[in-house]
Design a protein around this ligand. Structure first.
Ligand SMILES: [Zn+2]
Length: 310
């Protein structure tokens, strides 16, 4: 436990970001660079960004926290699994490698775990005893905060994106019917494209004849403008998230869920569908579940990683 600033690092598929964060969650300085190929190169860039951010902030940090894409072993600090886009990342000694490069103690976690720690420490579920986090990004990530601490299992606890029972579409993991096939940004884009191709839009989207991918932000805008297909795929995503929340509540009795990630920008379109799903089938415990939108935005992971280092 330290009262001074700590450094947080967010290691993602396209960029690596480091920030110096105070004990109150304020970002003093940050630095970002593209993610290079290979585990050692990624650690070199991460260590360089920590040095750059601390130099800009003109402070010393006592520790470094990392939120990294993939499954990270909480005991060994090694990367156990990651998507194919990370070349040479699995097997990397994330904690040891970064500690050697920075000369600082390093705490490591998955990026969605770090996001939830950020929201639980300084964000939407601050002061809450138990909460689940759901990140609706390119994929769907999840994390658990139980009795005031991150619950990690063997490294992948709370990974609800690959929970079955959500139809039969093929998931990015190769299996079928996972939550991610309905609620990720990529699946919203795929499903909207399919609806338009089938001529089922009935709205402004019907001008698309051929298979150009419409981005999630544009689908969101079209839904607000009255495009029925766009509204439907977002409502389907919201209902799927609602079902996942019910599973989390049944299993863990968490009273709060925080939803972040890029697709959470469509909160006004998702939230009514999430809420309707929860109202359809309230938990047998009778305990209310409060679902909140994340408030730390794009900084949640890097700020949460810094909180993890405290
Ligand atoms: Zn899957």
């Amino acid at each position: 436990m330290t009262g001074g600033p700590t450094a947080g690092v967010d290691i993602g598929g396209t960029k690596i970001r480091a920030a110096v964060v105070t004990a109150d969650g304020a970002v003093l300085a940050s630095a970002t660079a593209p993610t290079p190929s290979g585990g050692a190169a990624m650690l070199d860039v991460a260590a360089g960004l920590v040095a750059q951010a601390t130099a800009t902030a003109r402070v010393r940090v006592a520790a470094v926290g990392v939120g990294a894409a993939g499954v990270v072993d909480p005991v060994t600090g090694e990367v156990l699994a990651a998507s194919d886009s990370f070349v040479g990342w699995v097997g990397t000694d994330l904690r040891g490698g970064l500690a050697a490069r920075t000369g600082l103690p390093v705490t490591v976690a998955n990026d969605v775990d770090a996001f939830l720690v950020g929201e639980a420490t300084w964000g939407a579920v601050r002061g809450v005893r138990s909460a689940a986090g759901i990140a609706l990004g390119t994929g769907v990530g999840g994390a658990l905060w139980l009795d005031g601490a991150l619950y990690r299992g063997a490294g992948a606890a709370g990974e609800i994106g690959h929970m079955p029972g959500f139809g039969d579409a093929r998931c990015t993991c190769g299996q079928r019917g996972h939550l991610e096939t309905l609620a990720s940004g990529r699946s919203v884009e795929r499903r909207y494209g399919e609806a338009v191709a089938a001529g089922g839009s009935g709205g402004v989207g019907s001008r698309e004849g051929s298979g150009a991918v419409v981005g999630a932000a544009e689908i969101e805008a079209r839904a607000r403008a009255g495009d029925a297909a766009a509204a439907r795929v977002l409502a389907d995503a919201g209902r799927a998230v609602g079902s996942a929340v019910l599973v989390l509540a049944a299993l863990l009795d968490v009273g709060h869920v925080v939803v972040g990630g890029g697709l959470a920008h469509a909160w006004d379109l998702l939230e009514p569908a999430i809420r309707a799903r929860l109202d359809d089938e309230p938990p047998v415990s009778g305990h209310m579940i409060e679902v909140r939108r994340a408030v730390l935005g794009g900084d949640a992971t890097v700020v949460g990683a810094a909180a993890l280092a405290r």
